[in-house]
Design a protein around this ligand. Structure first.
Ligand SMILES: *Cc1c(COP(=O)(O)O)cnc(C)c1O
Length: 458
């Protein structure tokens, strides 16, 4: 079946509310056109993120009742440890409350000022944690990753030529480890091939540099390997995961993604000396550890994964067939609208992706997130002008097991309708921005005048 139907039935429902156009218009103005400030209660389909938004299974909820809240030696910790070892294969398992804490433990222990951490593409939190140590966060993904039209099966792959150049330029002693993000979140949820991982390992062996995975969406990555890579079609997801992690020395994990929980994460690694430096028991209750252990088993289920990846693909293909410009190929956890092509009449200085996010909410009650000039635009201090990022996208991240295919159909039909009258969407102007992470707090106003024609030089 091309788009598998839901491999679950619904036992508990959370009502969601349809709001009126008038109400959404008012909320949008009050929020300064920033969807981070719109109450979730007033959103009909919320595609802001797939992080921590998963629906847990009845087995996970039952596991919460079996939480052992002993100060030391909780049985749920042992269950999690055994589960992580059986999938990831690393010796030490250190639970954390989310992924960024695992990053912080790892990087604050082994990264020193002047060092460099290569990755296919760093996500914002690993980049911030590396830079916080005074080190450089270097992106070494294949160059095709930056072309929204280039369709490759493994567009998250490491560029091995550039990685070796970087090692020679920076020096082996200033690279304490190399990372691979699976799937490559910031590059559109694109997978990394087993072959590329094997070759990365072989290259790093020559320089004796450890390899760590940013493993948040590892099961989705393994599913793509099974589907697309020669020799893996008849292997189980568990066997693929075990092989994949065998090429590494450790991983960081946000269980808010492929752990199918609302909070949790861990750091897992082989190095005894590094592991000794981590003074934590995670800050999670025993019941949270239990839900995480159970989620890690469930996420390997192939029926679940083919529905999960299939649902994202279903949305992407409905849009693509209707001519809506999206990032290709469709990734594992989200569909990305190409706002530059969706709204060619709005120049980048007028925030086309943010304007599209605002229109999607006002017209249909759907919440996406801007990944473009608001998030990544930088001020050039020499000229006082904004440097715009190459890509101007709206990410529609699909929470796991939360929305039915009918709700996803609603999203597709809404966007297709919006695309038909796209000329009527106006650009925005900034009215407030904070000095750092402005996308969370920025405010805008709508430019009512006729949109300007895109200028060739902008
Ligand atoms: C979400 C994410 C993180 C950070 O995890 P949190 O649980 O949000 O702290 C790190 N890396 C990747 C690839 C992620 O998607």
């Amino acid at each position: 079946m091309k788009f598998p139907s839901e491999p679950f039935k619904i036992k508990v429902v959370e009502p969601i509310r349809r709001t009126t156009h008038e109400e959404r218009d008012r909320l949008l103005r009050e929020a300064g056109y920033n969807l981070f400030h719109v109450p979730a209660q007033s959103v009909y389909v919320d595609l802001l993120t797939d992080s921590g938004t998963s629906a847990m299974s009845d087995d996970q909820w039952a596991g919460l009742m079996l939480g052992d809240e002993s100060y030391a030696g909780s049985k749920n910790y042992y269950h999690l440890e055994e589960t992580v070892r059986s999938i990831f294969g690393y010796k030490h398992v250190i639970p954390t409350h989310q992924g960024r804490m695992a990053e912080n433990l790892l990087f604050s222990t082994i990264v020193k000022s002047g060092m460099c951490i290569p990755n296919n593409i760093h996500v914002d939190t690993t980049r911030a944690n590396v830079e916080h140590q005074g080190a450089q966060a270097l992106d070494v993904v294949i160059k095709e990753a930056y072309d929204p039209h280039c369709e490759l099966p493994f567009k998250g792959n490491m560029d091995l030529v550039r990685l070796e150049e970087a090692i020679n330029r920076v020096g082996r002693n200033r690279i304490p480890l190399v990372m691979l993000t699976i799937t490559n979140n910031s590059g559109g949820g694109q997978p990394v091939s087993m072959d590329n991982i094997r070759q990365t390992r072989a290259l790093l062996n020559r320089y004796r540099i450890p390899l760590f995975f940013d493993a948040c969406r590892f099961a989705e990555n393994c599913f793509f390997v099974k589907e697309r890579e020669l020799g893996y079609a008849s292997k189980s997801i568990l066997d693929i995961a075990r092989e994949l992690f065998s090429y590494g020395d450790g991983c960081i994990m946000s269980a808010k993604k492929d752990g199918l929980v609302n909070i949790g994460g861990f750091l897992s690694l082989n190095n005894d000396q590094w592991a000794q430096g981590f003074p934590t028991y995670g800050g999670l209750a025993g019941r949270d550890l239990e839900a995480m252990a159970r989620g890690l088993h469930e996420v390997l289920d192939e029926d679940y994964l083919s529905f999960r990846v299939g649902q994202v693909r279903y949305l992407g293909e409905l849009l693509d067939q209707a001519g809506v410009p999206i990032l290709k190929p469709i990734g594992g956890h989200a569909v990305y609208l190409n706002a530059k092509e969706f709204l060619p009449h709005i120049q980048q200085a007028q925030f086309p992706a943010q304007a599209l996010v605002a229109a999607l909410y006002r017209e249909y009650g759907i919440r996406g997130v801007e990944i473009g000039t608001v998030m990544f635009g930088k001020l050039d201090s020499a000229t006082g002008r904004t440097i715009h990022p190459e890509l101007e996208m709206v990410r529609l991240a699909i929470p796991r097991r939360v929305y039915t295919n009918m709700q996803i159909t609603y999203v597709a039909e809404s966007i297709i309708e919006l695309y038909r009258w796209r000329e009527r969407i106006h650009g925005l102007a900034l009215t407030y921005e904070a000095p750092v992470l402005r996308h969370f707090t920025a405010r805008f106003k709508e430019l009512e005048e006729k949109p300007l024609v895109q200028q060739a030089a902008s």
